[in-house]
Design a binder for this molecule. Structure first.
Ligand code: G1P
Length: 310
């Protein structure tokens, strides 16, 4: 890999303008990013992940009806004084934690022209620096994060870096898909081609892009000249494909995710994410697992009439 003078990655861009139609009617008046995963909105996990990787300057690219996101990361005087009066220090700390977490900025996407367009909206805030992009539907297990390694690879190569995960072949049409070659470094591959949501028959691999990117600022120029692609949207995957195919660029790399990833993007995956993340919580795990065992045993038991599992 070519060595470059490292410019530190300091900023994270989080696109949150999506309509969340898969969760209607829950998302009619509530942004999908605010749906609770156990007792925190999904977006808070993502901001916590960025901050844990040293990126406390966060830009959210928002759209209509996203005010609750701004409110969540803002102070709420009335609530804080009520909790103080009640002496509920734990809840007070949880409420203040969300508002002190990061230095969060907001920009509106305007027209919903795709992920590439949303990232381009971050140009003015990001400037000519490498930066991370985190998509809210993917939650990454905090005990095994992928961003620090991605940042390290970006700073070393000066290129763009995506997180990759092997998925079942018949689901690759839900993701950006990467053709790769080995670099000799464990867990890091060089990307030779990318295609957004390919038909499984045409997919170059089973390696899916999951929603974490660390991008060189050159991506902005490429995005500006990237025509609408799949779904008539400006695709970040297409801009990365342009860089991967350009021998003059610093290249596109993939870091293969080792830890768990939870998908909150569709209903079944969301339910699994809630159960799995609750199962990792000290205050909930024991009771939840006991109930889950009983529930599954009742599901497996021969039915004698009525609901076996309630
Ligand atoms: C986006 C990207 C896709 C990536 C996916 C990861 O798609 O376009 O390349 O694999 O996120 O979650 P979306 O799921 O927003 O349609």
């Amino acid at each position: 890999m070519p060595e470059k003078t490292p410019a530190p990655v300091r900023k994270a861009v989080i696109p949150v303008a999506g309509l969340g139609t898969r969760f209607l009617p829950a998302t009619k008046a509530t942004p999908k990013e605010m749906l609770p995963v156990v007792d925190k909105p999904a977006i808070q996990y993502v901001v916590e992940e960025a901050v844990a990787a040293g990126l406390s300057d966060v830009l959210m690219v928002t759209g209509r009806n996203k005010r609750p996101l701004e409110d969540h990361f803002d102070r709420v005087d009335g609530l804080e004084s009520a909790l103080k009066d009640k002496g509920d220090d734990a809840k007070l700390a949880a409420v203040q934690y969300a508002s002190d977490l990061a230095d969060i900025h907001y920009v509106r996407q305007g027209d919903p022209l795709g992920l590439g367009h949303a990232v381009l909206k971050g140009h003015q805030h990001v400037g000519h620096e490498p930066f991370a992009v985190l998509l809210g539907d993917d939650l990454i297990d905090e005990s095994n994060p992928v961003l620090p390694r991605m940042i390290e690879v970006q700073e070393r190569t000066g290129g763009c870096v995506v997180a990759l995960m092997e998925v079942p072949h018949d689901t690759i049409n839900l993701y950006g898909c990467a053709a790769v070659e080995q670099t000799g470094e464990d867990g890091v591959v060089r990307i030779t081609g990318l295609v957004e949501k390919p038909d499984p028959a045409d997919a170059p691999s089973n390696l899916a892009i999951i929603g974490r990117y660390v991008l060189a600022p050159e991506i902005f120029d490429v995005l500006r000249s990237t025509p609408p692609g799949r779904g008539n949207e400006i695709q970040l995957t297409d801009a990365l494909e342009t860089l991967a195919a350009d021998p003059q660029s610093a290249g596109v790399y993939g870091v293969v995710l080792e830890g768990d990833r939870y998908d909150t993007g569709d209903k079944i995956s969301y339910l699994k994410a809630v159960v799995q993340l609750a199962g990792r919580r000290e205050d909930l795990a024991e009771e939840l697992h006991t109930w889950l065992r009983e529930y599954v045993a009742a599901l497996d038991a021969p039915q004698v009439g009525g609901d076996a599992a309630r």
